[in-house]
Each structure stands twice: as structure tokens, then as C-alpha cells.
Write a protein of this length. Sequence first.
Length: 425
Amino acid sequence: MAKFSVLLILFVLYQAAALIPPKFQWKVMDFAWACDDCCQEKKCALGNETYIPNNNMPTGIARWKNKLFITIPRWKKGIPASLNYVYLNDTQDAPLHPYPNWREGCLTQKDSVVSNRTVVCTFRIHVDKYDRLWVVDNGVTDMATDVKQVTNPAVLVFDLNTDQLLKKYELGADVLRDSSMLTSITVETVGKGGANSTAYAYITDMGSNAVIVYSLHDDEAWRVENHYFHFDPHAGVYKVGGIDFYWSDGVSSATLSQPKKDGYCDLYLHPTSSTKLFKMSTKLLRDKNAPQEDIFNGVEIIGDRGPKSQATACDIDPITNVMFYTQVCKNGLGCWNMDKEFNQANTPLILSDCNIMEFPNDVKVDQEGNLWILSDRQSRFLYESMDFKQVNFRVLTAPTNILVRGTPCEKKVLKGSPFISSKLK
Ligand SMILES: *[C@@H]1O[C@H](CO)[C@@H](O)[C@H](O)[C@H]1NC(C)=O
Ligand SMILES: *[C@@H]1O[C@H](CO)[C@@H](O)[C@H](O)[C@H]1NC(C)=O
Ligand SMILES: *[C@@H]1O[C@H](CO)[C@@H](O)[C@H](O)[C@H]1NC(C)=O
Ligand SMILES: *[C@@H]1O[C@H](CO)[C@@H](O)[C@H](O)[C@H]1NC(C)=O
């Protein structure tokens, strides 16, 4: 019996890997240079080091219609643009297009911005249900070597149908700290006004262990702190791609439940260096005058996913009500059906592949029920060296209902697993 279930688990993992072939894959990230036959521009950019191919490592994704947005933080020099997209109908090694365009997506020769639509340095982004792209910009270059603040950190909101900038809000010293590193943004829309409806953005500050709330309606931001936003000393050790490293990263990713009976959502969040999941009601987060004591007691521990289960990112699929999260040390993806109890049996690893999923960094569910995963070999990039003759960066995608089929994250309780037996025939 025990052997049988081991076989079943392996089979489910194998099936899942076969179900999710790479949609995009790159050895190095390259761009859609304007001059396509002569490549003069690329040559110049290589010559003057505004483009250093090996320094470009993507960390975030978000899909909107025919575009897949891909972010590249400015860890090192030679990043042409931090916010980019590829067309879904393009080739598997699709070139990146700076967003909103080449002129405003890049920095000037003196490392300054051309317009208020220029994003300097972003890790992860969010597309809301009203076709708006939300970006949190750290405003820095050369993070790993010689940090330079080019612009103030800011929240930017773009209308994806017109590429117009709807809003830019600069985050002030009242909400930031010297160690701030803004790693993700998720958005709660309020009211039925379509693209006019107001919204709250929840930004994780991994570097200084806080959630920053931004109200679009009031055009104001505030900072929320809690002990649970800090790293867990039991979960600071990692091994990915054969490289051991130690991180003490705080809260780095957050995602929202569907609205509850009281009209508010729960913000689910986790530090990177932790194996636990937490939640906090947006009723509390949205109240900028909430008493300190309520904030202190306002975070609930959902549970622990078990050893070596650190996650860099998570997202909830509203259709299946399943939360998906990256499993960095397992080169895979985990899930939890939120209608079920949170325990180790109900939070399985459903994908794992030490080749195509080495260092899964971001995970997103789009508006049509597809899951998107970005894997990027980040530990090799940061701590050793990458072999640019191999594929290093991949984007994998599959419908969420197919991914969870036959796993504990599927809605119905399966007896005798009909999916597996039909596949075995
Ligand atoms: C480097 O070359 C690119 C492409 O021709 C050009 O757009 C950019 O202004 C140049 N930058 C510097 C610092 O010379
Ligand atoms: C992909 O879509 C874009 C815009 O929707 C279009 O401009 C382009 O020609 C298409 N490319 C291919 C290869 O079909
Ligand atoms: C961006 O800058 C332009 C030109 O200076 C200005 O007209 C516009 O109001 C600004 N937009 C935002 C959202 O700040
Ligand atoms: C948003 O507001 C504009 C201008 O006030 C209006 O024309 C438009 O119909 C509104 N859109 C929605 C979806 O309510």
C-alpha cells in the first residue's frame, strides 16, 4: 500500500510536468531592437554597455490579453528596461519590448528618466480586472553593486487599453525605511464603477518587513507593521541549483481572497524566509487610523507548509479558489484549495522539476483561469555564474483546473482517483 501511494505521487508529478511545457524559454534575455536587419542599435547598446546581456534576469510576470509582462530588476548594470512585455503569439524565445515604449521604457544617457511613465526598477507587477497595470517602482539602479536612487519609489497605474499613465504616486519617507525593498503589489478594487472604481494596493516591503497600503481614492499611503512580517530564523537556509545560501527576507508576496460576507477580503501573505502562511483582513488594512493594538493582533496564522517550503510568490485563482505558491527549495509549485483545511496533506507539491523549474520565482493566475510560472535560476545568477549556453529562464503555463485535477487541491474528494486510472489505460 505504501509503495503504491509513492508510485501514485510520482505519477501525478510526472503527469503534471508533462502538462506544462515551456511557453517561452531563453538562454539570455534579448530585446526587440527597433532596427531589425542591421541591428545597429543593439550593437551600440552592447558597445556602450546600456545592454549587458548576461546581467538581465527576469523576476516577475503578469499576463494581459496578447501580452505577457516581464520585469527585470536592476541588480546589475546593463538592463535596457525594467518593465517589458512579449507577445503571446511570438516565438518561444520572444524578444522583450520595453513598456510603454522604447523611449519611455529606458533611462537616458545620464541615468535619469524621460517621463513619468518610465519605470526604473520593479520586481513584480499586477493586472487588475479593469485592464489596469499596477507597478511598484523602487527607483534604483545597480542594486547589487553601487546603488543609485534615480527616482523616488512610486506606485504607477497604467490603462492597458491606451497605455496612458492613470496615476503616479510617490511613496514618501513616512512609509519607507532605509532598507525598504518593494517586491510585490496586489490590488483590491472597490465598487462597481469599472475602470473608474477605486482601489487599494497592498505593497510588500520585504526589506523593512512591512505592508504599505495605497488608497487610489484618497491618493494616500500608510505603513502597516507586524511581527509576523519578519523572517523566521528556522527558515533562513536554502539550497537551490546546488547552491547553499542564507536569506533573512521578510514579507515578500501577498494575494487577496474573494470578498467575504462583510465586503472585505483577506490578504494572504508570507515572508520569503518562512514556511508559514498568514492572513489579515483588509478591513483593518484599509483603516489608516486603526489602533496599534488591533494591528498587532490582526494577523492570523493559517498554518505551516512543512520543512523546506519557502515561497517567493503566491496567487489565488478565483475560479477554483485555489492558492498557488512557488516552492523554491523544491523547484516546484504547491497549492491549497482554500475551501479545505490548511494542513500538509492539503498543501501538496503538484509540480517539480529541477531542470525546467529551477528557482521558480513568480506565479500568477490570469483572468481566464491560466496559471503562469517564471523560473529563473536566481541563485546561480546572484551567487555563482550562469551557463548562457543553456536555457536559464522559462515561462510555463497551463489551465488551473487541469493542474489541480487528481490532486488534493481539486474541489471534489476523489475516491479511487478516476483521473489517474483513466490515464494509465
Ligand atoms: C547607448 O546606445 C544606445 C543605442 O544606440 C543609445 O540609445 C544610448 O543613448 C547610448 N547610451 C549612452 C550612455 O551612450
Ligand atoms: C502578434 O500579435 C501582434 C499584436 O497583437 C501583431 O502585431 C503581430 O504581428 C503578431 N505576430 C505574429 C507572429 O503573428
Ligand atoms: C505625467 O506628466 C505629464 C507631462 O508632464 C502630465 O501632463 C501628466 O499629468 C502626468 N501624469 C501623471 C499621472 O502624473
Ligand atoms: C468612467 O467615468 C467616465 C467619465 O466620468 C465615464 O464616461 C465612463 O462611462 C465611466 N466608466 C464606467 C465603466 O463607469
